[in-house]
Design a protein around this ligand. Sequence first.
Ligand code: GLU
Length: 423
Amino acid sequence: MTADVFSDALKRLDAAAEFVDVHPETVLRLRQPRLMTEFAIPVRMDDGSLRVFTGFRCRYDDTRGPAKGGIRFHQDVCASEVKALAFWMTFKCSVVGIPFGGGKGGVIVDPKQLSTAELERLSRGYMRAAARFVGVDTDVPAPDVNTTPLIMAWMSDEFATILGERQPGVITGKPVAVGGSVGRDDATARGGWYCLQELQRKLSWLPKAQGRTCAVQGFGNAGEFFSRFAAQEGYKVVAISDSRGGVFNPGGLDVEAQIRTKAQTKRVDAKAPGCRPITNEELLELDVDLLVPAAIENVITAGNASRVRAKAVLELANGPITSDADPVLSSRRIVVVPDVLANAGGVTVSYFEWTQNKSGFYWTREEVHQRLQQIMAREFGAVYDLAQQKKIDMRTAAYAHALRRLGAALESTGTARNFAKGG
Ligand code: GLU
C-alpha cells in the first residue's frame, strides 16, 4: 500500500471545497482524524508459538454521529490506509445522510494463512485491545475486506465478556442469529445495483435489449453479489476476478456456476466452457459498458486510466481510482459513480442494524430493501443533479454534497464567526 494513500484521499476534500459554501474551519478540521490508535495483538498459534500482530482503529470524525466503519484483515494494512478508509467512511455516511461519522480499523495479517481457531483468537484479541475505543454511541465497527459475520460475532461476544452485558449495537454485520439485520449480507452490492438502475435511466441504457456488458474485479462479498445482480439485470458479465486472477468469456459467464466453484475451490473457474484466464490488469482495460472495481484501492491510476475502455465505472471497492486518474477518465467522458456513493449500501444497512439493535425491534427483508432503495435513489439523484449543475464529475459532486452536511454539523459547534465583531 502506498504510504500516501491518505494524502491522496485529502485531495478530494480540497477539490470539493471549491464548490460548496463551507467555513474554512470545516475543511481544516476534516484534514486529520480525531483519534488514531495502534496496538499489539498477541496471539497464541496452534503450534504453541506466539505471534504479535499490529492492529489499528481510527475515529476520523464523529460530529454527525458515532464513528462507523469496518475492520480489515489484510497483509497490506498500514496506518495511512486506515486513516484514508476512515476519511472515506466520514464522507460516505454524510453522502447518504445517515447519522454516523467515519471510522475504520485493520490488522496487518494475511488471514488465509491462519487456521479458524487462530482467526478467532486474533479477532477476540483485536476487540480486547480496541474495546476502550469502540462503543454503541462512540465508534461502531463492521466487516470489511476479509472479515465476515462470524468474525463480527466473535468480536461482539468478546465485547460482551469485557462489559459484562450484551450490547449488540457495538458492531454491525453480525449473523442474523445474534442481532444482525436481514439484508446486510448483500447490502453493499445491492446499494451499487440501485445506483446502477438510476444511472441506466440517465444514460438510457437497456442492458438486455442493448446487449450491455460488464466486468467485475474482485469476487468477495461485494463483487460476488454484484455479479449476480448485474446478470439478473440483463448484463452480460464477461469477466470476473479475485486476488489470484480472473476469467473472461466474451459470450458472458455463467455467474451462478462461478459462485458455486468459488465456494468449493476458493477460486474462479477459468476452465469453464468458452472461458480463458485473464489478469486483473487486463480485466480493467476490457472493452465493456460497465466496469466494477470491487476489490482494493489504487487499481486505476494515471498509469492505466488512459487504457480504460468502459463507458461507466461503478466503484464498489473503497478508493479503487487514484486522484490523478480522475481527470483522465472525465476528459474521456467515462462516468464514474464514486465509492462514497456506490458502495454506501453496506453502511446504510449497518445503520439499519444499529437502529434495530437499539430499539430491539426487527425489520423484514422487504423493509430493509425498500428503505435502502429509497436512500440510494434519493442521494444518487442529489449527487447527479449537483454534478450537472456545477459541471463537475460525480465524485467531486458527492464530496461537495457530503461536505454541506458535514459543514452544517461542524459549524454548529462554533467557528471564528462567533468571534467576529457583530457576528
Ligand atoms: N466496510 C464497509 C464499507 O467500507 C461497511 C462499513 C460499515 O458497515 O460500517 O463501507
